[in-house]
Design a protein around this ligand. Structure first.
Ligand SMILES: C[S@@+](CC[C@H](N)C(=O)[O-])C[C@H]1O[C@@H](n2cnc3c(N)ncnc32)[C@H](O)[C@@H]1O
Length: 292
């Protein structure tokens, strides 16, 4: 894996005015930076489709890992499941709980936690563990796979959506472009997009005790929908999405801000498929389905 395939980690937490807990955990600092809810607002229909396809319904216990503000957790709870959302970012946990209260969903709650260390969650607790573009960002992927398997009941399912390294569609390209402008990641950093490689997915769940015939991988499409222009959609990434914010910070320090802006602007225009007003961008991901 080359450095250009590596998404951007936050290396400058201590340089910003952050709490010691955040500063000590660059993974958390990356996601508490900005406001991911602004981007999540363009992902709601896709989240609903993911949950519909999984057949979530009453009587199911669902864990949403790296849940953000509930793009998949809310649709799961609306279909009657009991849902726990876990996320590393305290601001997103608060936003999720506010959305659950506003939607009057007592069967949905959010708490802070790290997908690679689910200490407070007992073995075999969930019928379904969902993680759309969430657990892939946790450090220590082998631990993350083991924890997802541990908290799933025998016969239960794990579903991950993971961006794919080298894929030409939007998010994989954004992460690749941003990484090219950011400082090199620290020694030992494992790129989140390695979760988009089938052989590594199989290796990680295999190491967690899952037989290979219980692991399925396929390419699927997630569509982002934004009411404004592609350029205003890009502005959301630039101003509110941690990995892109870090890349703009680094590019600005290197005197390359305009270059980064222009490169991403071309990408967002080229990927837009909306026929009329607004922006509609489909992005390819690896859909992983594991049966425990
Ligand atoms: C791209 S967002 C996706 C959020 C949500 N699943 C969605 O589809 O809208 C990635 C999420 O993973 C969370 N995350 C990153 N590292 C994590 C970790 N180690 N444990 C739990 N959540 C994590 C981030 O805080 C963020 O909410």
């Amino acid at each position: 894996m080359t450095s250009t395939e590596l998404p951007v980690a936050s290396h400058s937490a201590s340089a910003r005015n952050e709490s010691p807990a955040t500063a000590a955990n660059p993974n958390r600092a990356l996601w508490e930076k900005g406001d991911f809810t602004r981007l999540a607002a363009t992902m709601r229909e896709g989240g609903d489709e993911v949950i519909e396809r999984l057949g979530v319904g009453p009587g199911m216990d669902v864990l949403d890992l790296g849940c953000g503000d509930g793009t998949t957790a809310l649709p799961a709870a609306r279909r009657g499941a009991t849902v726990l959302g876990v996320d590393i970012a305290s601001n997103l946990v608060a936003a999720g709980n506010a959305r659950a209260a506003a939607a009057k969903l007592p069967n949905l709650r959010f708490q802070q936690g790290d997908a690679s260390r689910l200490d407070e969650i007992g073995d075999g607790r969930f019928d379904l563990v969902v993680s759309m573009f969430g657990a892939m960002f946790a450090p220590r992927p082998l631990d993350t796979a083991r924890e997802m398997v541990r908290v799933t009941r025998p016969g239960g399912r794990i579903m991950m959506g993971n961006w794919i390294p080298g894929d030409p569609t939007l998010i994989a390209r954004v992460l690749q472009v941003c990484a090219a402008y950011a400082p090199p990641p620290p020694e030992g950093f494992v790129s989140p997009v390695t979760w988009g490689k089938e052989e590594l997915v199989r290796e990680r769940f295999g190491a967690a005790g899952i037989p290979q015939d219980r692991i399925q991988c396929e390419r699927a499409t997630y569509t982002f929908r934004h009411p404004g222009t592609p350029q205003s959609f890009l502005a959301i990434f630039r101003d509110y999405y941690g990995p892109t914010m870090n890349a703009f910070d680094a590019a600005t320090r290197a005197g390359r801000r305009d270059e980064l802006q222009a490169e991403l602007a071309r990408l967002f225009e080229a990927e837009n498929r909306a026929a009329g007003q607004g922006t509609e961008i489909p992005a390819t991901y690896l859909r992983v389905l594991v049966t425990r």
